[in-house]
Design a protein. Structure first.
Length: 456
């Protein structure tokens, strides 16, 4: 008990809330120190990374949020727990303390994009690497949370896509209606390591922590055919620490935009960013000088704008599609009112994705009973509505009016596939009857409760 860093305490395995609270206390202290002193650099974090409660909390968070996918060692959480969490974490702790820990290769898989023939590379580290990444992330995240701007919302504590949409709506009300909608090409795969480390060293002077991050960034990619590909740029999209590193790198662009003496401030331009998706909002047209300046900054950062998807628009003439939402201005329904109002609703692409998920869910469960199918449908619909229903911001009634007939038809086909006589009465009005008799989610009622809520 004198030196808790030398072993994993069994008591903490039983009460995970203790480890969570101790981590949060340390994070709070680090955040306050970094907020008070802009030049503060953390110099002894490696020993904190080896603490028993830090590793236990890292294991718990990785299992809770990053449990899908196996690394090159093909190890799963169930196999680790069969052998025992304590010996597994003790061995990992010993490797970290003796500097014998080495990152394994990252298993690379390709995920198809919406456009046919295009794929997104996803890198899946091993569970042991994910645990150490989480431990480091928990320790260094408060340093940059003290620096990040308020209009950056992606992969940050207590922030999300809803906050970004609210900020965009607020900017529109204040007259920032000229929009530069940027799209970065393969951002996670192109982050230059040398420039990223210059930013990391602004807050970290612990060489051992920097060495760990370097191991994860340069870990070879294990391709599906078994080949190992050297990693010279980027951070694995699928790694636990990758979202934080991507935020740290683009924070350099945030600082340029928010510099009170810079070109963007003089042009009255604001930024709203969610990870690598960002929009610049201004009150006047974007001059050729500003457009070239944006391209020059991206070039110097080693990044590339996707010219096909990057657009410049005025909100009164074109809709902005951002994070699955369609943002536009519409004329009042009353003839006497000549004002235009901001209308935010799920985009057509988001609605199509929901239809695809409904179709996939029903096609794979043709022989299921009604009750478990309704349970699965409710999970899908509640998750979708929770994302798109923002109190006093979004208007989703028209979308729901389109979703209900589609769902009604799909449920009719599913019930009909069970036989001519089976569920004959339910087939007459499937959606309405399943809501009434089988506890299917009432989309209109649930959306009304969400959008009329006072706070979210």
């Amino acid at each position: 008990m004198k030196d808790r860093t030398t072993y994993i305490d069994e008591n903490l395995l039983v009460s995970p809330s203790q480890s969570d609270e101790r981590v949060r206390i340390f994070q709070r202290k680090l955040y306050i120190r970094a907020k008070q002193d802009k030049g503060f650099k953390a110099y002894s974090l490696k020993d904190k990374c080896c603490l028993d409660y830090v590793l236990l909390e890292a294991y718990r968070r990785v299992k809770q949020n990053y449990s899908k996918g196996r690394g090159v060692d093909d190890m799963s959480f169930s196999e680790i727990e069969e052998q025992g969490i304590q010996p597994f974490l003790t061995e990992l702790q010993t490797e970290l303390r003796t500097n014998t820990y080495h990152s394994a290769a990252v298993r690379q898989v390709k995920i198809p994009k919406e456009k046919k023939g295009e794929y997104r590379n996803l890198g899946i580290p091993t569970i042991r690497d994910r645990i150490v990444q989480m431990a480091v992330k928990m320790l260094i995240e408060p340093l940059w949370e003290a620096d990040f701007i308020n209009t950056s919302y992606g992969f940050r504590p207590k922030r999300g896509a809803k906050d970004a949409i609210k900020q965009i709506k607020q900017n529109l009300y204040e007259g920032y209606q000229f929009i530069y909608d940027a799209d970065l090409s393969k951002y996670f795969d192109t982050i230059p390591h040398d420039k990223l480390f210059k930013l990391l060293k602004e807050r970290i002077s612990d060489k051992e922590i920097l060495d760990l991050i370097a191991q994860w960034l340069t870990a070879p990619k294990h391709l599906p055919n078994g080949e190992l590909l050297k990693s010279e740029a980027g951070t694995p999209q699928g790694g636990v620490i990758s979202p934080l590193l991507s935020n740290i790198y683009l924070h350099a662009f945030d600082r340029i935009v928010n510099n009170p003496k810079g070109k963007f401030a003089k042009a009255g331009i604001r930024i709203v960013r969610y990870a690598d998706d960002f929009v610049l909002m201004g009150k006047q047209r974007y001059s050729l000088e500003i457009r070239k300046y944006i391209g020059l900054i991206m070039y110097r950062m080693g990044l590339k704008l996707n010219r096909e998807k990057t657009t410049i628009l005025h909100i009164s003439k074109s809709s902005l599609c951002f994070l699955g939402f369609e943002i536009r201005t519409i004329q009042s329904k009353f003839d006497w009112n000549k004002k235009r109002y901001t209308n935010i609703r799920p985009s057509r692409k988001s609605r199509s994705k929901l239809y695809s998920k409904i179709r996939e869910l029903l096609s794979k469960r043709r022989h299921w009973k009604i009750e478990p199918l309704v349970y699965k449908l409710n999970e899908l619909l509640i998750g979708w509505l929770n994302y798109f229903s923002i109190s006093k911001v979004t208007h989703i009634w028209e979308t729901i009016k389109q979703i209900i007939p589609h769902l009604d038809y799909k449920l009719f086909k599913w019930l009909k596939g069970k036989g001519r006589k089976a569920h004959k009465l339910l087939r007459q009005q499937p959606y309405k009857n399943l809501v009434k008799y089988k506890n299917l989610l009432d989309l209109g009622k649930y959306a009304r409760l969400k959008t009329l809520a006072k706070a979210q």
